[in-house]
Design a protein around this ligand. Structure first.
Ligand SMILES: [Zn+2]
Length: 155
């Protein structure tokens, strides 16, 4: 690779390291020069020191969102794996990948990160109220009544 091309890639990775984090542990990622025994030239990659792996990372908000979802819904994409910290990290990484793909597809992010303001709705997502079955029916009834009334008011 040409020197100029190389330094442009390093700059790009450095910028990415600022707004992205590791998909697995959520930790910081850094630009690292990696020496592979099979290759003469060192490679420059984003790397997570904590997980000790090459990690291109995801937007920090995508990680936070994936972690919240995995925890709130007990999401598990790997039924064959033993439950534990490693499986949880793999699930967060899986969801973070999907989230990132979707955000890019919807044009909410580009190479430099978010292109729209982010408003994390942590509080309401984590709120959970337990109600009895009887009570639930009553609540739903009231809700549909309310919806009907508000629709009528618009006429
Ligand atoms: Zn990590």
């Amino acid at each position: 690779m040409e020197e100029k091309e190389k330094s442009m890639r390093v700059e790009k990775l450095k910028k990415r390291a600022k707004h992205c984090c590791c998909r697995y542990c959520g930790g910081d990622i850094h630009v690292r020069q990696l020496l592979y025994s099979s290759q003469k030239e060192p490679r420059i990659e984003l790397y997570c020191d904590q997980c000790q792996k090459v990690e291109y990372g995801v937007e920090k908000e995508a990680y936070a969102s994936a972690k919240a979802m995995v925890e709130a819904l007990d999401f598990n994409h790997f039924p064959d794996l033993v439950d534990g910290e490693e499986r949880k990290q793999m699930n967060i990484a899986k969801v973070a990948n999907i989230t990132s793909w979707q955000m890019r597809y919807l044009g909410l992010t580009d190479e430099s990160g978010f292109v729209v303001p982010v408003n994390i709705n942590e509080y309401s997502m984590e709120q959970c109220t337990t109600v009895d079955n009887d009570e639930l029916e009553k609540l739903l009834e009231e809700a549909s009544l309310w919806t009907n009334q508000s629709l009528q008011q618009e006429d």
